[in-house]
Design a protein around this ligand. Structure first.
Ligand SMILES: Cc1cc2nc3c(=O)[nH]c(=O)nc-3n(C[C@H](O)[C@H](O)[C@H](O)COP(=O)(O)OP(=O)(O)OC[C@H]3O[C@@H](n4cnc5c(N)ncnc54)[C@H](O)[C@@H]3O)c2cc1C
Ligand code: FES
Length: 233
């Protein structure tokens, strides 16, 4: 573990914040770090840029990260398999699943690649970086911004066949539905999904993040190709 200083904390809403480090972590989009706010449990967080993580408060540790002021944290990583960059791609983001996809989006755009974005959240407050995503369509469950509903409503009407790569991250229920839809449209071969599981070691040793098909989210993922998830959904 090494210690990094906090350069700034951006509060997007009452329960979402981006923690910016004073230096970059060598990494690729889709990789995660084991993040230790001293005095709390160490937790996995995707990098939302080479020098930041973006966190939603859901329990004790994430509430402390989003709510507290602190000037340094412990980091292990970056770990895990990243996304495969491609031109002419589609990003599908649900809720805080947008974090690793923002890193990917910036990575692809700085290389001049075309990227479309479908991004949904519970409400407008939980949609972040709205201004920064171009070629983007949005959905909120309460209809406070964009289409009323979920990313699935937007995805159903889209000709996904035209994209060379499709990236997805969000809640497991959403990933499952996107997976089924892409399978029905014969597009799974181009798809990559970022999954979450409870993690302890982050490096493939302890077994706490093993999927029912035997793959470890920390080591074999968190980004998986569509075909690797065949037995899971
Ligand atoms: C590879 C990876 C990348 C992640 N990236 C991010 C990120 O970029 N931003 C972010 O905000 N969160 C991310 N998470 C989820 C984050 O690690 C959990 O929200 C966090 O560990 C919860 O800790 P807690 O003490 O706040 O909540 P807890 O008290 O541990 O849990 C609160 C609630 O959240 C549920 N929960 C806990 N961990 C997870 C999990 N891994 N997946 C789904 N539900 C969970 C619990 O079942 C419980 O209902 C990621 C998880 C993984 C595995
Ligand atoms: S977290 Fe220990 S094996 Fe994945």
């Amino acid at each position: 573990m090494f210690t990094v200083k906090i350069a700034k904390i951006i509060r997007h809403s009452k329960n979402i914040a981006t923690i910016c480090f004073d230096r970059e972590i060598p990494s690729y989009p889709g990789q995660f770090v084991m993040f230790n706010l001293f005095g709390y449990e160490e937790i996995p967080l995707s990098l939302s840029s080479p020098n930041s993580v973006t966190v939603k408060a859901v329990g004790e540790t994430t509430e402390a990260i989003v709510g507290a002021e602190f000037d340094k944290v412990g980091i292990r990583g970056a770990f895990g398999k990243p996304f495969t960059p491609s031109n002419n791609s589609l990003i599908i983001a649900g809720g805080i699943g947008v974090a690793p996809l923002k890193y990917l989006y910036d990575f692809l755009k700085t290389r001049g690649y075309d990227v479309d974005v479908i991004y949904g959240a519970k409400n407008f407050e939980e949609l972040i970086w709205v201004e920064e995503f171009k070629n983007a369509v949005f959905a909120t469950e309460d209809g406070s911004f964009g289409s009323k509903g979920t990313v699935l409503n937007l995805l159903k009407d889209l000709r996904v066949e035209k994209f060379d790569k499709i990236y997805c991250c969000g809640k497991e229920e959403m990933i499952k539905e996107v997976y089924k839809l892409l399978k029905a449209k014969n597009c799974l071969i181009k798809a990559e999904f970022s999954l979450e599981r409870y993690m302890r070691c982050g490096i493939g040793v302890c077994g706490s993040c093993v999927l029912k098909n035997g793959l470890r989210v920390c080591r074999d993922g968190p980004v998986f190709k569509g075909a690797e998830l065949e037995d899971l959904f």
